[in-house]
Design a protein around this ligand. Sequence first.
Ligand code: HEM
Length: 409
Amino acid sequence: MPQPVPVPHGLPVDRDAGPFDPPSAITRLRGARPVSPMLFPDGHEGWLVTGYAAVRQLMADTRFSSRQDLGVVHVPYETPGMPVATEPSPQVPGLFISMDPPDHTRLRRMLTGAFTVKRMKQLEEHVVEVVERQLDEMARLTPPVDLVKEFALPVPSLVICELLGVPYADRAGFQGDSATFLERDVTLEEKMAAYGSLTSYLAELVTRKRAAPDDDLLSDVARNADVTVEELTGIAFLLLLAGHETTANMLALGTFALLEHPGQLAAVRADEALLPDAVEELVRYLSIADVFYRYATEDVELGGETITAGSTVVVSLLAANRDPERFEDPDRLDVRRKARGHLAFGHGVHQCLGQQLARVEMRAGFEALLRRFPDLALAVPAGEVRLKSDMNIYGVHELPVTWSDAREV
Ligand code: HEM
């Protein structure tokens, strides 16, 4: 039996292979042993799963519990000061991303109706308006501007705020707390302070909604007497965090990737009908929500290895989505590829609830940005763009862009 792979400082996260590619150590590991033993920074041994087939199988198997994972938060083992977990963690009320069925099912079921393809289609016109308004504002500025600040972050924040009934005027607080929460290198205390600040804000908000429901999603859930205020707060936290940080990073990093692949950018500009495929390919290629944790509740055979009950398992969705066993020439961005079947939105019972919303936002966002800024370009050398290797959701901290002529269309 080969020795466990020593990973002294946690998962390799350094983008040594380029801003859009997995760390080279992860790619090597997937080739050598797609289900691989791994040492966590706290010294305990678990597993790292990088192959597409194994990741897909694992995410569909509820013997792998989600109760070691706070979803986009990733507290376990990657946060200094986090104690070693030897059994499934206590559940945080409402945070169904880190629950198992039937608790997970009960809460998720209350929300699925609000996120269907049909409901998102109805929302599309409004998303287009939000995008156009934001680009009107951006066009009035004198370039260079930061695309994250002027476009990528405001659009999904405005949309999720309106959907949930969270005042957009309060964004400085929730965007700041969310960002701290997603940082890898903050202490457990700092992370928990950001969590506390955001959840007290949301607890007050949902309490008001319970007393006087309005016309929004959180009010709809608050009308259900079976849901406690603590659960409502957890739901609000999850939807608000997952609803703005993810799409924001996709819009900014996706624009960066297109600008760095002029042939692909030209293809999308030339044929608008390519946009849905291009969005799907960008989601696969960038896999911004990369790392998720699971906990084996029984001994399970996976990819020829036996994962024993009690093991912590880490999956890399980025590595899985770049697996040559599943996608031809996987490290090439190809907007004509039919990328469906990728795992960037997860798989199984926890598959992303907001994926249709994210698709609507990305299609509207990329379409309008490329149409209205025909000569959009990076305002700094690509090597100077600050990457979010320090965050649990990948992206860019800023994207300085410039243009010479913005179209009023
Ligand atoms: C779950 C990715 C956008 C809400 C997930 C999961 C992934 C993911 C990989 C699975 C987590 C797991 O298995 O533990 C993404 C990506 C997005 C995106 C790449 C953008 C491109 C959104 C948006 C929302 C959202 C816009 C809006 C509300 C959620 C929720 C879950 C989830 C609530 C938990 C589902 C459950 O546990 O049943 N997302 N997401 N996501 N996502 Fe997204």
